[in-house]
Design a protein around this ligand. Structure first.
Ligand code: PHE
Length: 367
């Protein structure tokens, strides 16, 4: 383990990792602080799930924290990026969950506002309530009953919808979704909100899911075509929208894809940056995840820290994703870059602007 951890940390371009082993449960807490500029504070979700081993959890935290810095820059938020992974052991006892969350909350409190968190894969607004019992006020997205802005899924979906429209405009010269065939992978809090919006806009929606209950809901109750996991990559569609876990775009899956574009909310969709070129060579337009999936953090931070109404937050998310993706596509075309590289360039540019002339405002105006 020691050697692997050393390699991981040497290869990472971030600042600090705060590590805690919870003896009571056997869980590891890895809080990766990628960048304290333009913050502090540093913002990032808390991901909680079983990993094959502790290193895999650490590796995920590092990768996700780097993406957070870029996402916050693209969202125009003057916070640094970070991420916490709580890596659960395979035999984790769910009854221990609240205690573990309170232990984590206490750590946030001890850090005194260096790190602000919100939900991510495996955590919910109800979990944020529990974390806030010990970690208040450093917790976003608590439930509305206790004064939080609630689930970040709908806000993320609003951004994905704007990303799908901007991508259709780029591909087909029209952002209308009527009869566009869109395959949504994952029907969690983002995927399900997105499916509703797409159906309302008249799109032909297909879905893929592994959870039996969710499959029954969307297939049997809502009548949507279900695509089994082993067919998700070679099902013909206009837009493939990965809204589950990352790491799904690799040479094998890309060679099977039969879509015109990939536009989804999953964090770190590419297994490595070179896959962006492979997609491009195949004639598939890739809407970079760091530009598409900012809607959750942007709407929640806007509502909770700046007092935006939900309508205003969603409107700002739509505009930001639309404008950012257009800039990404234009930059990629002008400089002959793949879209992932173009999005990173744009994020770097906005970070530099934020550092030099933000003047203390939380939300930057980078246009
Ligand atoms: N899961 C969110 C993301 O990856 C993190 C987040 C949600 C942060 C809500 C703050 C508030 O973007």
């Amino acid at each position: 383990m020691a050697k692997k951890v050393e390699t991981l940390l040497r290869q990472w371009d971030g600042e600090t990792v705060i590590t805690r082993f919870d003896h009571a449960t056997g869980a590891w807490i890895f809080m990766a602080i990628h960048s304290t500029r333009p913050g502090p504070p540093v913002s990032g979700g808390t991901r909680m799930k079983v990993y094959p081993d502790a290193e895999a959890g650490l590796q995920d935290a590092l990768k996700l924290s780097t993406a957070m810095t870029m996402k916050l820059a693209l969202a125009g938020i003057a916070h640094g990026g970070g991420k916490t992974v709580i890596a659960l052991p395979p035999d984790f006892d769910p009854a221990q969950r609240p205690t573990l969350l309170r232990t984590y909350g206490l750590l946030l409190k001890q850090l005194g506002g260096l790190f602000l968190t919100g939900p991510d894969v495996g955590t919910s607004p109800e979990d944020m309530n529990i974390i806030a019992e010990t970690g208040y006020p450093y917790v976003f997205s608590r439930t509305p009953e206790v004064g939080g802005a609630g689930d970040s899924g709908p806000g993320t979906a609003v951004g994905v919808l704007a990303g799908i429209r901007a991508t259709c405009e780029q591909l087909f010269g029209c952002d209308c979704l009527a009869d566009r065939r869109i395959l949504v992978q994952g029907t969690g809090s983002v995927g399900s909100a997105l499916i509703d919006m797409l159906c309302q806009a008249g799109a032909e929606v297909l879905f893929s899911e592994v959870d039996e209950r969710a499959i029954r809901r969307w297939r049997d109750e809502r009548g949507l075509p279900f695509i089994p996991a082993n067919q998700v990559y070679n099902t013909p569609c206009d837009i493939f929208s990965p809204c589950a876990l990352g790491g799904i775009l690799n040479p094998q899956t890309i060679s099977r894809l039969q879509c015109r574009a990939v536009v989804g909310s999953a964090n770190n969709q590419l297994t490595s940056p070179t896959e962006a070129q492979q997609l491009q060579e195949k004639g598939i337009l890739y809407a970079p995840d760091i530009a598409v999936n900012i809607g959750g953090l942007m709407s929640i931070i806007g509502m909770e820290a700046e007092g935006w109404s939900r309508a205003e937050a969603f409107e700002r998310v739509s505009r930001t994703v639309d404008c950012t993706l257009r800039q990404v596509y234009a930059l990629a075309a002008a400089e002959g870059l793949d879209t992932h590289t173009a999005a990173l360039r744009l994020a770097d540019h906005r970070l530099m602007q934020a550092r030099s002339k933000n003047g203390g405002a939380l939300f930057m105006d980078w246009r």
